[in-house]
Design a protein around this ligand. Structure first.
Ligand code: NAP
Length: 245
């Protein structure tokens, strides 16, 4: 039987992507669990969804590689016959001060975090336009709203995602497709364990703690629902008040 609604979550083997996949499955979406190298972790996510009565499959693919986005979307359509939700979550950091940053460190982060998101948006829009329905959620970062020292590459990519979100939102609004961004603050995952000055950062968060992947997933699930139909082109910070001004 074909599922009623299908979602592709990139980078869903761990962290925020994993929580998004589990949450969307709980809300009734059949989920494609994309990963780059964590096959066993992605398989665990699929098993957890299946054990709860949901539908999912693991989908290997490096979002930074040209041509992969089209293949990933083709595979989702092949399995589920549609794609209603795309969550562009896969992301990496290569932190260092700008004077020491190599071309490679800059290019790798832009290729994964920004070009990867762009290609997936382009690939997913084709079936979404045919369906006249779609929900795209780009996982940016507060680093794309305010500068983070040591993250010139990451901040540039994440700010780029916000521009991508706004421009594409306007292009496809008339087709019943929404495109929004989430800007997580400090969220407890493998990625944020590496952040320098983590303790002092936590102290500057109005809610006084790091967030959980599930708290980001809740915001993603909201924007992914049909009822979020009048919200497009926005950036929703999920940051415990860090950018509240
Ligand atoms: P994470 O724990 O490091 O997990 C990253 C995920 O992305 C993994 O599933 C990884 O898969 C996947 N991935 C990495 N490169 C990939 C590629 N080229 N192709 C496909 N998958 C790839 O990261 P996270 O903290 O959950 O972050 C998720 C997203 O939220 C990122 O975009 C990040 O920038 C953003 N974010 C995180 C925070 C935070 O505090 N954690 C804050 C703001 C924004 P493999 O394990 O298979 O490589």
């Amino acid at each position: 039987m074909m599922p009623a609604s299908a979602a592709l979550v990139t980078g869903a083997s761990r962290g925020i992507g994993r929580a998004c996949a589990l949450r969307l499955a709980k809300e009734g979406f059949a989920v494609a669990v994309n990963y780059r190298q964590g096959a066993s972790q992605a398989e665990e996510v699929v098993q957890e969804i299946a054990a709860a009565g949901g539908t999912a499959f693991a989908l290997q693919g490096d979002v930074a590689a040209a041509g992969e986005a089209d293949r990933l979307v083709r595979e989702v359509i092949g399995k589920f016959a549609r794609i209603d939700v795309l969550v562009n979550n896969a992301g990496i950091t290569r932190d260092t001060l700008v004077l020491r940053m190599s071309d490679e460190e800059f290019d790798q982060v832009l290729a994964t975090n920004l070009a990867g998101a762009f290609r997936l948006v382009r690939a997913a829009l084709k079936p979404m336009l045919r369906q006249r329905y779609g929900r795209i959620v780009n996982i940016s970062s507060i680093a794309g709203m305010v500068g983070n020292p040591g993250q010139a590459n990451y901040s540039a990519a994440k700010a780029g995602m916000l521009g991508l979100t706004r421009a594409v939102a306007k292009e496809v609004a008339s087709r019943n497709i929404t495109v929004n961004a989430i800007a997580p603050g400090l969220i407890d995952t493998d990625m944020s364990m590496e952040i320098k000055g983590r303790e002092s950062l936590v102290q500057s968060i109005p809610l006084g703690r790091a967030g959980t992947p599930e708290e980001v997933a809740a915001a993603v699930a909201f924007l992914a629902r049909p009822e979020a139909s009048y919200i497009t082109g926005v950036t929703l910070p999920v940051d415990g008040g860090l950018t509240a001004g």
